[in-house]
Design a binder for this molecule. Structure first.
Ligand code: 4NP
Length: 144
């Protein structure tokens, strides 16, 4: 099983999702990507790394890359952080490809959240991590 987490910049939400989820499902291959190219090659955003580190998640090995159409063939499940991510992802879907694309919050229905709000703008890194942990537990239960 291969799961790809996708956000806009690939420096806050999707690397946090990858870093959290991989500790809960060691047998699942994980990666993350951004639909935008601004931060390609960069490590996760400093404040997000610090907030994750404080909970025991090490994001230091991660580097941003851009989501590409070939990812539809490389992964079994693609997870977006908000509705805008989903539409950006779907725009690149190759003809005939049927890889499922889901919202991360679909795996935490009790949270009532419809998206993982972007902490790059909200500055609420801990709130984002709370939700990422909740969604990760639900995803791990659903696929492992
Ligand atoms: P992310 O947050 O999508 O959670 O990585 C963002 C970080 C940077 C930018 C956008 C979103 N940016 O436009 O630079």
């Amino acid at each position: 099983m291969r799961v790809l987490f996708v956000c806009l910049g690939n420096i806050c939400r999707s690397p946090a999702a990858e870093g959290v989820f991989r500790t809960m499902a060691a047998d699942v291959e994980t990666d993350s990507a951004g639909t935008g190219s601004w931060h390609v090659g960069e490590p996760p955003y400093g404040p997000m790394q610090t907030a994750a580190r404080d909970r025991g998640y090490d994001l230091t090995d991660l580097r941003a890359r851009q989501f590409v159409a070939a990812d539809f063939d490389q992964f079994d499940l693609i997870i977006g952080m908000d509705a805008s991510n989903i539409s950006n992802i779907e725009r690149l879907r190759p003809a005939g490809n049927e890889t499922p694309v889901r919202l991360f919050t679909d795996y935490a229905p009790e949270s009532g959240a419809q998206e993982v709000p972007d902490p790059y703008y909200t500055r609420d890194f801990d709130g984002a991590l709370d939700l990422v942990e909740h969604c990760s537990r639900g995803l791990a239960a659903a696929i492992t």
